[in-house]
Design a protein around this ligand. Structure first.
Ligand code: GDP
Ligand code: PGA
Ligand code: MN
Length: 588
């Protein structure tokens, strides 16, 4: 079955892991359709998957995770570098030797009575010099079937690997799902990830946050590129020119939505189109032309279901009509699915994400707030024809954003790259259901990478500054906030498709077509430069959205200063300098 001559270390590692986990059987995954059908059949028999209405949702299945296992567990996620310094103050750290020892005892016999699947997977387009290979060993068919959507798995990955020993090792076992013994550990120096006692996507689909962000960010620094928590989207203007934008927002803050945006009617009429390249992760390198080029290492979307509707994200709704795995959504009587925020009336009754009978008047949530869909990117109506281009796409603008009820204006532009790095390094957002813990608390989340940076964040900032010096023609950097609220806690900006109006301004700034108002925090649009035709919002409100409250921003700058101070001497001095300059501009 395996047609290539793999490096002996591949087999040695798999043997070693099998000796520890003691599965009944080892099955190599080839990625074929026949294999997929066989796995689905098995998962249906074991109850790991439930079949949905195959007429209405062909190829779609439902999975429920354990109630204690519904989101990423940041407090149980570790970076295991030889020294604590290397992991930095924002990561949980464990000594690698101790971590291995502890993990091997948890993995000891954890696959007894189960099959170990060997899943080779490719991150990045086939044939791209920037693509990388991982192998995940897992005892979960759900994981195999998710990986099958999220990455390019099986023989295609082995072919890319050839006889090189250079692959990311991933070991995952559901073990007993004991939350007290749940660990997601990364060993950047060993190219290794180990995840135990979880079955939830972000903890166990090791290709995604674990490899493509935590391990890849470490590799990126070593090799001179960037692995970022960013969507990639192409905006086609009426002349047919496509401008690519990369955007970093924390989990559940609108990446998937922005990546699949549908232009509002007036902009559609003008001829604007939007093309999806990626919705979560970007690997970016300096191209021969001196610009920054990005690939989407993934092949699918692992999106937040609640809030997804034909009103907010029609492209996502079309994407998830077939060949989709739904996790922790409500099961309707007709064998289809539902979640809070879907179009139309809620169903009268169904089976909720916990598997209990549910009625619409119960006052309980039908779907978990972090319920997810896993769907192939190729099914997205707005998928870019460049999305699998081995070279990637050239990035003209980078946007940072998050959920801020106050403080951050709708959009502003950084003065230059260094200031942009400061803006990214100090960005903040209210926490969401995507991670276990309290929701709605403001926390600093640099470049939306706080939970995903595989090394000391101070070194990560230094790497960003360094990259800026190396890119002859760097993207402009912006910050956006779709989530500003009025006195009653209502979002002021309509968001979703209407966000294209902001992207239009961003592109015009990149092209040098519009001027902007210089404020202490950066360049802000003149209201008249924002295209507001057909939008039910008055200019005064937009003015308010663009307002910079000096008092709040002074507090913000002090807060940022305090956040940055945790990095001590390791923090690049440039960032303290930017903080100082911001304060001076605010006090002027
Ligand atoms: P991701 O995890 O960063 O990809 O975030 P998603 O795009 O899946 O969005 C997460 C949640 O935020 C969903 O419930 C969306 O409906 C909501 N959302 C996304 N974009 C906007 C927006 O522009 N405005 C508002 N108010 N909500 C949004
Ligand atoms: P996201 O990540 O929330 O950024 O989509 C998925 C996850 O790992 O939970
Ligand atoms: Mn998403």
């Amino acid at each position: 079955m395996v047609k290539v001559n793999l490096h002996p270390s591949v087999y040695e590692w798999i043997d070693e892991m099998a000796k520890i986990t003691k599965p009944d059987k080892i099955v190599w995954i080839d990625g074929s359709e026949e294999e997929k059908q066989r796995l689905i059949k098995e998962a249906l028999e074991s109850g790991e998957l439930m079949e949905l209405n195959q007429e209405k949702l062909p190829g779609c299945y439902l999975h429920r995770t354990h109630p204690s296992d519904v989101a990423r567990v940041e407090d149980r996620t570790f970076i295991c570098t030889p020294t604590k310094e290397e992991a930095g103050p924002t990561n949980n750290w464990m000594d690698p030797n101790e971590a291995y020892k502890m993990l091997y005892s948890l993995f000891d016999g954890s696959m007894k009575g189960r099959t170990m699947y060997v899943v080779p997977y490719l991150m990045g387009p086939v044939g791209s010099p920037y693509s990388k290979v991982g192998i995940e060993l897992t005892d979960s068919i759900y994981v195999v079937l998710n990986l099958r959507i999220m990455a390019r798995i099986g023989n295609v990955a082995l072919k890319h690997l050839g006889n090189s020993p250079d692959f990311v090792k991933g070991l995952h076992s559901k073990a007993t799902l004991d939350p007290e013994k749940r660990y997601i550990c990364h060993f950047p120096q060993d190219n290794t990830i180990m995840s135990v006692n979880s079955g939830y996507g972000g903890n166990v689909i090791l290709s995604k946050k674990c490899f493509a962000l935590r391990i890849a960010s470490y590799l990126g620094r070593k090799e001179g590129w960037l692995a970022e928590h960013m969507l990639i989207v192409g905006i086609e203007d009426p002349s047919g020119k496509v401008t690519y934008i990369a955007g970093a927002f924390p989990s559940a803050c609108g990446k998937t939505n922005l990546a699949m945006l549908i232009p509002p009617e007036p902009l559609k009429k003008l001829g604007y189109k939007v093309w999806t390249v990626g919705d979560d992760i970007a690997w970016m390198r300096i191209g021969e032309d001196g610009r920054l080029w990005a690939i989407n290492p993934e092949a699918g979307f692992f999106g937040v279901a609640p809030g997804t509707s034909y009103k907010t994200n029609p492209n996502a709704m079309e994407t998830i009509k077939r060949n989709t795995i739904y996790t922790n959504v409500l099961l309707k009587e007709d064998g289809t699915v539902w979640w809070e925020g879907m179009d139309g009336e809620p169903p009268e009754r169904g089976i909720d994400w916990l598997g209990r009978p549910w009625t619409k008047d119960s006052g309980e949530k039908g779907a978990h707030p972090n319920a997810r869909f896993t769907a192939p990117a190729s099914q997205c109506p707005s998928i870019s024809k460049e999305w699998e281009n081995p070279k990637g796409v050239p990035i003209s603008a980078i946007i940072f954003g998050g959920r801020r009820a106050k403080v951050a204006p709708l959009v502003y532009e950084a003065f230059d790259w260094q200031h942009g790095v400061y803006v990214g390094a100090t960005m903040a957002s209210e926490t969401t259901a995507a991670a276990m813990g309290k929701v709605g608390v403001v926390r600093r989340d640099p470049m939306a990478m706080l939970p995903f940076c595989g090394y000391n964040m101070a070194d990560y900032f230094a790497h960003w500054l360094e990259m800026g010096k190396k890119i002859p023609n760097p993207p402009k950097i912006f910050h956006v906030n779709w989530f500003r609220q009025d006195e009653n806690g209502k979002f002021i900006w309509p968001g979703f498709g209407e966000n294209l109006r902001v992207l239009k301004w961003i592109i015009e700034r990149c092209e040098g077509k519009v001027s902007a108002k210089e404020t202490p925090i950066g360049y802000v649009p003149y209201v008249d430069d924002l295209y507001l035709d057909g939008l039910d919002i008055d200019k005064q409100t937009v003015e308010k959205l663009l307002e910079i409250d000096k008092e709040l921003w002074l507090k913000e700058s002090e807060d940022s200063r305090e956040f940055l101070s945790q990095f001590g001497d390791r923090l690049p001095r440039e960032l303290i300098g930017e903080n100082e300059k911001l304060k001076q501009r605010l006090l002027k």
